[in-house]
Design a binder for this molecule. Structure first.
Ligand SMILES: [Zn+2]
Length: 157
């Protein structure tokens, strides 16, 4: 009987360990309710990241920012864009011709304002970043037009 109990305990520990490992190898999704987001973001951040607002052009902290480093999601810290792909689009919003990795940015059709546009979202927490336009420079021909307020910056060491 004691042997049997020990066997059950070993089985439970093994299963628990396996589940933990699975969770660690997957790109973990960050999911919060809107009221949780409202408490952990500043009102201006919430309006853009969770309500898909757009900051005024030429007002954000990163449209003219030229340091070397990585731009991360302001809501969940996921690494999204490298300064290597940032360029001056003249639009007044931070613009990139590529994401750090295509899987890091979700694309969704957006029919708001009577236009068909492609919305871009952080793949980890599904917060709104901005829009994707097909008028970027070579080699991609893409312009990831991102709100500064949706981003934070990690300077390269
Ligand atoms: Zn995120």
């Amino acid at each position: 009987m004691r042997y049997f109990t020990a066997l059950i305990i070993i089985l439970i520990i093994t299963l628990y360990g396996q589940e933990k490992q699975d969770k660690e190898t997957m790109a973990k999704k960050v999911t919060k309710s809107e009221s949780e987001w409202a408490t952990c973001l500043m009102p201006d951040e919430y309006r853009v990241l969770r309500e898909k607002g757009t900051e005024m052009a030429f007002t954000g902290k990163y449209f003219n920012h030229k340091d070397d480093g990585t731009y991360i999601c302001a809501a969940c810290d996921y690494e999204l864009f490298s300064s290597n792909t940032k360029y001056d689009s003249g639009t007044g919003w931070p613009s990139f011709y590529a994401a750090l990795d295509k899987d890091r940015v979700l694309e969704k059709t957006d029919n708001a304002l009577g236009m068909i546009r492609t919305e871009i979202l952080c793949a980890r927490c599904e917060s709104h970043l901005g829009h994707l336009f097909p008028d970027g420079p070579r080699p991609s021909g893409l312009r990831y037009c991102v709100n500064s307020i949706s981003l934070d910056f990690k300077k390269a060491e």
